[in-house]
Design a protein around this ligand. Structure first.
Ligand SMILES: [Mg+2]
Length: 372
């Protein structure tokens, strides 16, 4: 063991364990329906025994990754890149090695990238948000998602979320633009004082998107923003919607990298960018997307997949560290009917309170049964 472990991050172990978490109710969007989160909990260990935590969920419909593919990538090229690299290497060198280990596989890479960041901040002895230049006391108010369903069921879910203290609701639409208007009307009638974000998950074509957004405005339902109304491949269509309506349009599936963010900003395709660690491969790329947005004067939202609490906590620390990230959509862990791994943050009403402990704030877990 070297005498000065603070000279770079020397990785001695990369391990993972299967994760399963039932949802309290199905999560339904225009693209998919999820009843259970399956994924991996990941740990990296440094030469001084410091352990960092990360996690990822299978999202075949979004990133194309399964538990099997994530396991293969983490214990194959990623572990090799981390343990075969130079002995002394800083965080940036390690996370660049993860990013370059193979193409794609952004959820698997994000899990390891987060674990590296957690270990790095733990070794520094500060919360991750602080290590990234932010502050754990930053106000982080999350919305609550209302899944796509029949209008009455969505209205009931909206009332329940509003009563739990969530005043900003993210309403999933995008299956049929005419029926979508009925869904939103029912939700608005049930909770007229809520603020609404809409997410069509690519479900509309550009002309339908403009039509429904105008119809919503005609119905005097105030909207904070509309997320990814059209196909992620149709940046021109996204730009046409953005130009045609007053409501801010947010890119989600269309922004997966700093380069995507630059292209969207350059072409004026959207007003807001939705950053997710699982889409861009980790914290470094997430901060770079936020930097591009900041330079272009675009605000960002930080979101997540339906994924374990470790991933959500990492996203919250990123939000607390970057001034361009002003919107928070981190409700996933509240859907999962499974307490472990506990820690990271406390949710009171709609506010996430980050724990002021080193790294992400998760305690040690039993390594028994972990795959290496
Ligand atoms: Mg979305």
């Amino acid at each position: 063991m070297p005498d000065s472990p603070t000279h770079g991050l020397t990785i001695t172990d990369v391990r993972s364990r299967d994760y399963r978490g039932r949802l309290t109710h199905p999560f339904v969007t225009a693209r998919r329906s999820v009843e259970e989160v399956i994924g991996l909990l990941v740990e990296v260990e440094l030469d001084d025994g410091t352990v960092g935590h990360g996690s990822a969920a299978e999202t075949l419909a979004v990133t194309g990754e399964s538990v099997e593919s994530m396991r293969a990538v983490i214990h194959g090229p990623v572990a090799e890149a981390l343990t075969a690299g130079p002995v002394a290497c800083g965080l940036r060198g390690r996370t660049d090695a993860v990013a370059a280990a193979c193409t794609g596989n952004t959820s698997a890479k994000a899990a390891v990238d987060v674990a590296l960041h957690d270990a790095w901040a733990r070794r520094l002895g500060v919360p991750l948000a602080e290590a990234l230049g932010g502050d754990t006391s930053t106000l982080l108010r999350t919305d609550m998602t209302i899944g796509l369903a029949a209008p009455e069921a969505m209205a009931r879910a909206a009332v329940s979320a509003f009563e739990d203290g969530f005043t900003v609701l993210k309403v999933k639409l995008g299956r049929d633009w005419r029926a979508d208007l009925d869904r939103l009307r029912a939700v608005h009638d049930a909770v007229p004082d809520a603020e609404f974000r809409l997410d069509a998950n690519q479900g509309w074509d550009p002309k339908s998107a403009v039509r429904i957004i105008r119809a919503i405005q005609d119905a005097h339902i105030p909207l904070q923003l509309v997320e990814q109304p059209v196909s992620k491949h149709d940046l021109r269509g996204l730009a046409s919607v953005t130009a045609a309506v007053d409501v801010p349009i947010m890119a989600d599936e269309a922004v997966n990298s700093p380069r995507d963010a630059f292209e969207i900003a350059r072409s004026g395709a959207a007003d807001v960018l939705n950053i997710k660690l699982a889409k861009c491969g980790g914290i470094g790329h997430a901060m770079a997307i936020a930097d591009v947005a900041h330079a272009a004067g675009l605000p960002c939202m930080i979101g997540a997949m339906m994924e374990p609490r470790v991933s959500i906590t990492a996203a919250a620390h990123v939000a607390a560290a970057h001034p361009a990230i002003t919107l928070v959509d981190l409700d996933s862990a509240e859907w999962i009917d499974e307490p472990a791994p506990a820690g990271g943050y406390a949710l009171r009403g709609d506010r996430l309170h980050l724990s002021h402990t080193p790294g992400l704030g998760f305690g040690p877990t039993a390594t028994e049964g972990m795959e290496r």
